[in-house]
Design a protein around this ligand. Structure first.
Ligand SMILES: *Cc1c(COP(=O)(O)O)cnc(C)c1O
Length: 373
């Protein structure tokens, strides 16, 4: 079926460029350089872009280390990539250790209790089961507190030898703000803890962290959002290639005139004679309601404002400035595209590109470009 056929059925087509995902990984892997590695964070269905196609493409490109948030995500990824290293960021507990061991998933151990549970599993199996240790250097969210990490380094030597700790990691709170003093504070804390916990590889930099300089790199980069085309350096031009494009089809065009209103709540009042076009995308598809009267879509190179409220399945556009023959039922509109990438949509919605991507709806027809399978 061609684009139009899918648009007739789904209202919108989400194109995901796997070559761009792979290209973005190569860019970051190139910054890592020889002797260091680049993992891929593929939690939340690869940031809404699609776990299976993304994971397969990156594995084929040479990526060997993957991070997910949840055990369930790790199990799904294990089916897709039988031989990849899969780290599960929320870690294991007494109820899940056996599943981790059976599927060779590596828990990221975040608390003394998680470490203890893993230690007991290693002793029970008589095997150094692989895992990571996460030290919280300033997020105060997840990971060992600095004092707990120091105590582990001093008093837990036997325990550390019994487990297969192959990664020590921490996570940056302010990496996208290169001037933020917290970056250097966290770096100093992580360097200190790394000296005390020298086992396995060290991993510190998320997408933006990679661009803070070589000190932040350590052994394994841990990018997520940059792989999917979001700008990891918001103060500079985006070094990543765009990955997603969302195209919708106009389903109706209507004439309006002064003092008519458009949409729920009658929030948009028409000022003069003009035309309103409606597309079948709405907040149920992740086109956030905060884009009401603030989003911009494109018809070709021409910006077209969203007017009135975004509804569940529909968005209304003011197309009065375009010639009638260029705006008809069937005309294709870029909701996310070359002129309005996910970062720009996010700015208009008052959020971040991460949320735009992870909200991408389930009703879109998904077309994967460069898919091997
Ligand atoms: C989500 C996440 C990442 C990836 O962050 P990006 O900003 O998307 O690159 C890396 N590490 C941890 C611990 C995370 O939770």
């Amino acid at each position: 079926m061609d684009l139009n056929g899918h648009l007739d059925r789904h209202g919108a087509v989400l194109s995901i460029d796997l070559r761009a995902v792979v290209g973005n990984w190569w860019v970051l892997n190139g910054i890592a350089g020889p002797g260091r590695g680049c993992a891929a964070v593929v939690k939340a269905d690869a940031y809404g872009v699609g776990l299976a196609p993304v994971a397969r493409a990156l594995w084929q490109a040479g990526c060997q280390d993957f991070f997910v948030a949840l055990l369930e995500e790790g199990l799904a990824l294990r089916e897709i990539l039988p031989n990849a290293a899969i780290y599960v960021l929320t870690g294991a507990n007494a109820a899940t250790v056996d599943i981790f061991a059976r599927y060779r998933l590596k828990p990221v151990l975040n608390t003394p209790n998680q470490i203890n549970v893993w230690l007991i599993a290693c002793q029970a199996q008589g095997e150094k089961l692989p895992a990571a240790i996460h030290v919280d250097t300033g997020m105060n969210r997840l990971g060992l507190a600095m004092g707990e990490a120091e105590a582990l380094a001093q008093e837990g030597r036997d325990a550390l030898r019994t487990m297969g700790i192959d990664l020590v990691m921490s996570h940056l709170a302010c990496a996208e703000d290169r001037g933020h003093p917290k970056n250097q504070e966290q770096l100093a804390a992580f360097q200190d803890i790394r000296r005390r916990l020298p086992m396995g590889r060290a991993s510190f930099a998320n997408s933006s962290g990679i661009f803070l300089g070589p000190d932040f790199g350590f052994d394994l980069f841990r990018p997520g959002v940059a792989l999917y085309g979001i700008n990891p350096t918001p103060d500079r031009e985006n070094p990543m290639a765009p990955v997603v494009r969302l195209q919708a089809k106009i389903i109706q065009v209507r004439e309006v005139d002064s003092a008519m209103t458009v949409g729920y709540g009658a929030t948009h009042v028409v000022a003069e004679k003009g035309r309103i076009a409606t597309i079948a995308v709405g907040y149920a598809d992740g086109y956030l309601r905060s884009l009401s009267s603030s989003g911009t879509v494109y018809i070709g190179d021409v910006p077209v404002p969203v007017v009135g409220r975004v509804s569940m399945d529909l968005v209304t556009l003011d197309v009065s400035h375009l010639p009638e023959n260029q705006v008809r039922p069937g005309t294709v509109v870029d909701v996310i595209g070359p002129h309005n990438p996910a970062d720009a949509v996010a700015a208009a919605a008052g959020t971040i590109g991460y949320e735009i991507l992870t909200s991408l709806g389930a009703r879109y027809y998904r077309h994967y470009e460069g898919s091997a399978s």
